[in-house]
Ligand binder design. Sequence first.
Ligand code: SAM
Length: 437
Amino acid sequence: MHLPEAFESRMQRLLGQQYPEFRAALEQERALGLRINPARLTPKQVQSLPFLEGPVPWTPWGHYYASTSRPSAHPFFLGGGFYLQEPSAMAVAELAAPKPGQWVIDLCAAPGGKTTHLASFMQGQGVLVANEFTASRVPRLLENVERWGARTTVLSNPLDRIARKWERLFDVVVLDAPCSGEGMFRKDPEALSEWRQSTPERLGRLQQDLIEQAAALTAPEGTLVYSTCTFSEEENEQVIEGFLKKHPEFQLASAHLHPSFSAGFGLPEAARLFPHKLRGEGHFMAKLIRTDGEEGDVTYEEHAKVSKPSLKAWEEFRKAHLQGELDGVVIERAGHLYLVREHLPSLAGLKAPAPGIYLGEVKFERFVPAKALAHHLNLKQVSRPLEVGTAEAFKLEFGESVPVDAKDGWHWLHFAGVGFTWGVVKRGNLKPTPLRA
Ligand SMILES: C[S@@+](CC[C@H](N)C(=O)[O-])C[C@H]1O[C@@H](n2cnc3c(N)ncnc32)[C@H](O)[C@@H]1O
């Protein structure tokens, strides 16, 4: 692996005697990881996965998998049964560890690794907001949180706009900051080719600004987790030290979830994850607690009403296909229905591509259920489940129809109880629900 000379000398300075070990680790094959969705797979189903190679020691949901296997070819992947995630990256949400019912915001969320992990802690309770500033990265975020079946409000805004509106409202704030990606050189050749000697300093300045916005959102006694996947001190310890000087109302707490984590340079509470010390890539994490200040004032979202014809179409579908009511408020946006939290902070003035779980669209007075709704439900909540095999599941996922022996009408499609979409049967032909336009 060829590394820029300037990077090598920076790392030599940082690591001293440990440098040769670090350099040798970068020549090794990297460890691959996946994280289980505890709301989807039973422990028995997890055990049945043929490619697991042992636990990632800092999260109960993390596993290594063999580089010769392809977990994304398993139908449980289609059903959001697990998320492919770099093992070190699994430490961040584990450090944030929100409790069910709390208000949580993930500020730099795409493609959704930390968001889906935070959702597992929250067990469908509380408020989980996932924001992604870069518009082109929002579709991937939406796809991943929808596949996870998570109750999430997806936003796309600059952080200062959110911070001005929702000051001191969140129990847990995660800032997985844009960074120079030095810790991912083994995984991501693009990060390596884009790296310049000036990158850490430039991004350090951006991170200093972003952490201010993250802090503004943090409620009294709330937790702010700052993380990067880079090694430079400019983007890590220096950001935290500079922040703490300006903000005595925040205190550092230990980020050491596992003995294989190293201490931050001059900042022992912060954690460094090094590829020569553990099976994972390079990461940095710091946990800050707000010890002072008053809770912010909250204005709740006024929910958009559902038109009569849309409500009628939805209710008809719900009664025929779902067992009981869903928890939340159904709102409408131009014929598209979402299930949102009753108590959500006001979204006025914010870009919110998905205010809640996307239920589906009303077309010609008929309700067409969304794939996202199928992911949100389980076998006990639906009236017309239809189990399909692996080959069919993949065809349906890619929009193809398959022959089937089932009654006409909508069915919730699943593989071993794990739902992945809706399909409509007409004269022996099963067609998946269309993807969002
Ligand atoms: C490290 S990635 C986030 C990874 C994500 N948390 C996950 O676990 O899947 C950082 C994100 O910050 C976003 N970003 C870039 N510039 C930004 C800015 N100025 N303000 C906020 N976010 C920014 C990037 O688009 C990127 O999605």
